[in-house]
Design a protein. Structure first.
Length: 265
């Protein structure tokens, strides 16, 4: 087995910090073929799976980490977060306690433990109540004799009256004036993914040309190629989507590479 290149690990970390989680998964999966027992890479992929809401894959990676490195407190904390996401608070508390045992300075594990323990306590209190009261959601209250119930006017649920009766009005000179309805907020338009506008085809050796000209490092090229294979897109699209270079720079690079090949022929 070969040791994973530090540049690959650094590139995967940069992609994770930039929230390019599919790119992290593609790059790490490719790198783990050389070193399947690299815990830092598996941990990065597990965290990316969690961000992508792919809980089963994340759980499988975290269990592999615990098998390879039983003292990894972060793996236990992430398993606790997955359990809390499914409202399995008792199991989550067990994972968070183990994470704190292995790493007492893990503040996130301590915060999570406080949250899930607070969620578990009301359930424990309800178990001590008489069964009918717990089932109905009723808890002991003050005696009616000490706090007599005040007589109040009957309350009606919204929608009981006709729409014209429920609409708020202001009266001027005795005539009801309807209050204008609030303006409907327009939906926020999110920017679309960057696209490559050039019609220049990607010729063989384009990736090596980008490395030779200093546009990409070898590690960043490998990340883009892994994303390209995973997402079934062109190399230029993968590079721009991962934010490794601007669309304009890739367009000019494609033109320059094509001209270079033409001169060599």
């Amino acid at each position: 087995m070969r040791t994973v290149d530090r540049g690959v690990l650094a590139t995967a970390g940069e992609l994770f910090e930039s929230r390019h989680y599919p790119g992290v998964v593609a790059l790490v999966t490719d790198a783990l073929e050389d070193e399947p027992a690299c815990v830092p890479l598996i941990l990065l992929r597990a965290r990316s799976y969690i961000s992508l809401r792919r809980d089963l894959e994340a759980q499988a990676d975290l269990r592999d980490i615990i098998r390879l490195e039983p003292q990894c407190g972060l793996a236990y904390r992430l398993l606790g977060e997955l359990a809390a996401r499914r409202d399995q608070n008792e199991s989550a508390a067990i994972f968070f306690r183990e994470a704190l045992r292995l790493d007492p300075a893990d503040r996130e594990a301590a915060d999570w433990l406080a949250i899930v323990e607070a969620s578990v306590r009301p359930a424990a209190v309800a178990q001590k109540l008489p069964a009918p009261a717990a089932a109905a959601g009723r808890f002991p209250s003050a005696s009616p004799a000490r706090f007599p119930r005040a007589e109040t006017q009957p309350r009606f649920a919204k929608g009981t009256f006709a729409p014209e009766d429920e609409r708020p009005t202001h009266r001027f000179g005795g005539a009801p004036v309807p209050v204008p309805a609030p303006a409907v907020a327009q939906p926020i338009r999110r920017p679309s993914q960057p696209t490559i506008r050039t019609a220049t085809p990607e010729l063989p050796g384009f990736g090596d040309y980008l490395v030779q000209t200093g546009i990409l490092t070898r590690e960043r090229l490998r990340a883009a190629q892994a994303y390209q294979r995973s997402m079934k897109v062109q190399l230029s699209t993968a590079i721009v989507t991962l934010g490794l270079a601007t669309p304009q720079r890739i367009e000019w690079a494609a033109v320059a590479h094509q001209s270079q090949l033409g001169r060599e022929r």
